[in-house]
Write a protein that binds this ligand. Structure first.
Ligand code: IPE
Ligand code: IPE
Ligand code: MG
Ligand code: MG
Ligand code: MG
Length: 288
């Protein structure tokens, strides 16, 4: 995992280089501020680990893995804006709109989202069919049926009591879609069978849902120092979460059930997937 992490960090940095001599140098500076800040890199790790599970060359997975991290980072920049969650701290540092003008933070998110698809289209070592599948998978996961759909329900739910079905839809969209897509991208790069892709998507959605439940739990049980973002923010902003709806215990139980089912599904793949099972545990049992 540490080797993979190092590859990811180096590649992210090489994809967005400083350009001090151009008129729009601020854009590259701010993109690096957010993209290279110390995130856990779970999504790119999932892409690499899944590709490796299906015996692909890790090098072919590196650009798609970084594209996923760019989409994720853009979603965090926009999620933190005053018009959304209005947060001041991210990855242990002031949020981007606290360092640069708000409009510039918005544009930095737009840049990372758009650039992610350029990076995907230019990923070395992949066939045109593979690249098209990657673009389709990630655009769906990031769009109205995925992250944006979930974030839209999230915004509309502030201050309201919502039922489990609505919360589930919101969490599946805003978080699970991109996590499931990370697994799927690895499967596409490894030329996995249709059956394996279906299995991995199912496990990915369960784990993504459990991931957001853990995020909701950590917001009340962890510390700002540990998380690198302000705790208690959900309650302060009157956000419905797994914890506010179900209570801590029940939220934890559902997370464990989802993890159990995902682990079971991962063992039915046509290839052994010990690395994915390990990452699955980490996604749900993480401390930050
Ligand atoms: C935070 O994601 C946003 C959610 C979808 C819950 P991560 O917990 O993966 O954040 P980083 O990338 O490590 O900062
Ligand atoms: C974030 O959910 C989901 C996306 C960024 C798409 P949260 O709003 O709960 O994430 P944090 O807690 O700010 O990281
Ligand atoms: Mg949010
Ligand atoms: Mg937030
Ligand atoms: Mg949260």
């Amino acid at each position: 995992m540490n080797t993979h992490l190092k590859l990811i960090e180096e590649h992210l940095s090489s994809l967005v280089q400083e350009q001090p001599k151009v008129l729009h140098h601020l854009l590259f500076e701010s993109a690096r501020y957010s993209l290279l800040s110390p995130g856990k890199r779970l999504r790119p790790l999932l892409v690499l680990a899944t590709a490796q599970t299906f015996h692909a060359d890790i090098k072919q997975a590196l650009s798609p893995a970084c594209a996923v991290e760019m989409i994720h980072t853009y979603s965090l920049i926009h999620d933190d804006l005053p018009s959304m969650d209005n947060d001041d701290l991210r990855r242990g540092k002031p949020t981007l709109h606290k360092v640069y003008p708000e409009g510039h933070a918005l544009l930095t998110g737009d840049f990372l989202l758009t650039y992610a698809f350029e990076v995907l289209a230019e990923s070395p070592g992949l066939s045109s069919d593979q690249k098209l599948s990657l673009i389709l998978t990630l655009s769906k996961a990031a769009g109205s049926e995925g992250m944006i759909g979930g974030q839209s329900v999230d915004l509309a739910s502030v201050g309201k009591t919502i039922d489990w079905e609505t919360l589930r839809f919101m969490h599946l969209g805003k978080t699970a879609a991109l996590i499931a897509a990370s697994f799927e991208c690895g499967a596409i790069i490894g030329n996995a069978s249709e059956q394996d892709r279906k299995t991995i998507q199912k496990a990915g959605l369960d784990l993504g849902l459990a991931f957001q439940i853990t995020d909701d739990i950590l917001d009340v049980t962890s510390s700002t120092a540990m998380l690198g973002k302000s705790i208690g923010a959900d309650q302060d902003r009157k956000k419905p979460t797994a914890v506010s709806l179900l209570g801590l215990r029940k939220a934890e139980t559902i997370g464990e059930e989802l993890l159990f089912r995902a682990r079971q599904n991962l063992t039915t793949l046509s290839v052994p997937a010990p690395l994915l099972v390990e990452l699955a545990d980490q996604l749900v049992h993480r401390k930050k």
